[in-house]
Design a protein around this ligand. Structure first.
Ligand SMILES: [Zn+2]
Length: 530
């Protein structure tokens, strides 16, 4: 196989200072240096040249925690995030109705009438006027209220005489008729009739998400999709078929623990797969989230002293589940947001230690509230912290009141974690947060939302730009057990490159206006700016 000489890049590397070119062979970096030097070395060899045209070249960025399937489903729905009026919302529904076959559902999300002027949402009748040939069901930005047209109400079997459920309601206008609003659990009948996505739709969603990721400069993602896809077999088939189509996004697959029997039946081992798809840890949940006060804290919430949150599994059950995973010698990756959840999780890991020859470490996912004792226990395990810096931008300042002053020292305390020797990997948790890795880096470096001008939330925890880049390169590689093959621009490493239009090492504001010029995965140009 002939090689590729990539020339004319500004390389983010510890290698030779004046290097501007990389020679790639068999998917790996063979040499880094100055173009003239490399061309001299390659004299007489058969290779092609690709011009990076002055682009800034990072080691391929990998998102350590996301849900590609849900991200793709979201990309396929109408997204009203930027709709500024009821009319705009209706126009988007009308546009979709024009192209969608009759009878298919029009689904949408993120509408918020409070940002409309005047602040009113469309009614059932206004939706009917746009289309009565498609059922329409639109989720409000809060996920607690919905809007349907008459076709959707008919299919759901909800009529003027349908009583409200115990914890929910159907909205009514001044005339007493259903106006299209559906609140809380009243959405149940609609969920039943909204069709489950077909194999083709799931594959479309995955294709959209992978393409989107590549266009943002991501070369890989550690994804957890089985609850959406329904089986490991489906997951493997979709990714195989997408690769055959020429879609080259690399995935590291976390397996939801319910799929342990299927994994065992398929004979999967930790690290099973190839250079495009690898099987990683089993994913477990130990708590919920801070926003709804379901994250498990070790002591009551500061702003709601009657609750400490919610454990998904009892201590005994979590220990049992971890032991089941260990029977197959797999690592575990546990969603743990509160310090109470981290305590349960570390306990389960300590009880059933990771086999010493495991190719992959365990992971503590999110790790938003910790304390000194927990960090000490983390250091005693082969464990990486899988963190989502964007949560800082979304959760502050209200999280301070939830957690209270006594626990802020270890609140989203990424710098402290790294300083104590814990390897951290950076992810987005898309579609919960935006997939764009540079937004994650921005939050890690500024501890603020884009556009905010202040010192940052808990500014002593701000990371340097180099450390923020490491989260998405070396950190993600370490989480996948690939620290010696990915995450750096160095000879012998896989040729994964994220080529962007600007140097990001000087000013974090630059992170907000990046364009990805080229994304190279395993030496293949997987995305190129049009
Ligand atoms: Zn997640």
């Amino acid at each position: 196989m002939s090689g590729i000489l990539f020339i004319n890049g500004r390389l983010y590397t510890a290698g030779p200072k004046d290097a501007d070119s990389v020679y790639v062979e068999n998917g790996k970096i063979a040499a880094i240096g100055r173009r003239d030097e490399l061309m001299l070395q390659l004299a007489g060899r058969d290779y092609r040249k690709v011009d990076w045209d002055g682009g800034f070249v990072l080691p391929g960025l990998a998102d350590s925690h996301l849900h590609l399937g849900m991200q793709g489903m979201k990309l396929g729905m109408l997204d009203f995030t930027n709709a500024a009026s009821k009319e705009e919302m209706l126009a988007m529904v009308a546009e979709r109705a024009r192209t969608l076959p009759e009878g298919e559902w029009i689904l949408g999300l993120n509408w918020n009438e409070n940002q409309f002027n005047p602040p009113v949402a469309p009614t059932r009748f206004e939706l009917d006027a746009v289309t009565d040939r498609h059922p329409v069901f639109l989720t409000r930005t809060c996920f607690h209220a919905f809007l349907g047209n008459s076709a959707a109400f008919r299919l759901a079997g909800v009529g003027e005489d349908t009583p409200d459920p115990a914890s929910g309601a159907y909205g009514r206008g001044e005339d007493g008729l259903l106006n299209g609003w559906v609140y809380e659990d009243a959405c149940g009948p609609f969920n039943v009739v909204t069709p489950a996505p077909s194999y083709a739709e799931l594959k479309d969603a995955m294709r959209r998400a992978c393409r989107h990721a590549l266009s943002l400069g991501l070369t890989a993602g550690h994804t957890e999709d089985l609850r959406l896809l329904g089986s490991i077999d489906t997951m493997l088939r979709i990714h195989q078929e997408l690769r055959e189509e020429g879609l080259f996004f690399r995935t590291h697959q976390l397996l939801f623990h319910d799929f342990l029997p299927e994994a065992e039946g398929l004979g999967l081992r930790p690290g099973s797969g190839d250079d495009w798809l690898r099987v990683g840890a089993f994913k477990l949940f130990s708590d919920g989230a801070i926003g709804g006060r379901t994250a498990l804290l070790s002591a009551p919430y500061h702003d709601a002293p009657h609750t400490s949150g919610m454990a998904i599994h009892s201590r005994e059950r979590l220990v049992e589940l971890a032991a089941e995973v260990r029977r197959l010698s797999f690592p575990i990756a546990v969603h743990a947001i509160g310090d109470g959840a981290a305590d349960l999780t570390l306990g389960a890991m300590e009880n059933a230690p990771l086999p010493s020859d495991s190719p992959l470490p365990d992971r503590l996912i999110h790790a938003q509230v910790l304390n000194e004792a927990l960090v000490k226990r983390m250091k005693g395990l082969r464990l990486i912290a899988d963190i989502q810096p964007r949560f800082v931008a979304s959760d502050f300042p209200w999280v301070l009141d939830r957690v209270g002053p006594e626990r802020t020292e270890y609140l989203y305390a990424w710098k402290k974690l790294i300083a104590s020797g814990i390897v951290c990997a950076g992810g987005s948790d898309a579609p919960i947060e935006p997939l764009d890795p540079f937004l994650g880096m921005h939050a890690a470096v500024t501890r603020s939302r884009p556009g905010e001008k202040h010192e940052g939330y808990l500014p002593e925890e701000k990371l340097t730009m180099d450390t923020a880049i490491h989260l998405f390169t070396r950190g993600s590689a370490a989480a996948a057990g690939e620290e010696r093959e990915r995450g750096a621009l160095a000879a012998g490493y896989f040729a994964d490159f994220t080529v962007i239009d600007r140097d990001i090492t000087r000013n974090p504001d630059e992170l907000l206006s990046i364009t990805a010029k080229m994304t190279v995965v395993n030496g293949i140009i997987a995305y190129e700016e049009a």
